[in-house]
Ligand binder design. Sequence first.
Ligand SMILES: [Zn+2]
Length: 118
Amino acid sequence: MKKNDIQFLKKILEKRKQVILENLKGNSKEIKALHNSVPSDNIDFSTIESNSQINFTINANLKQELKEVEESLNKIKNNNFGICESCEEFIDIERLKIKPHAKYCINCRENLEKGELL
Ligand SMILES: [Zn+2]
């Protein structure tokens, strides 16, 4: 992979990491605020519950993505970025530009979704 491409993807990953961290901070505050608010009737209570449920789900997804972004940044440091974790072939650069924290090449990804891997 070209050095320029790696630098470009590294910037995207670092930016993404910042955005995720900010979102996580914001959501946690919101969850706290929701739990501290006193529901005046049953309708309010169910709204608070479902809102915080949604936030918890978003947080879980964000944390998962953060983990993948950090793993990718580590791979850049260790010079093994952009290599499929399954077949160890290079992941297509066009795919990485869309999803820089991709772990698998497009073929393995498709097999994974069909349940043929893992
Ligand atoms: Zn692969």
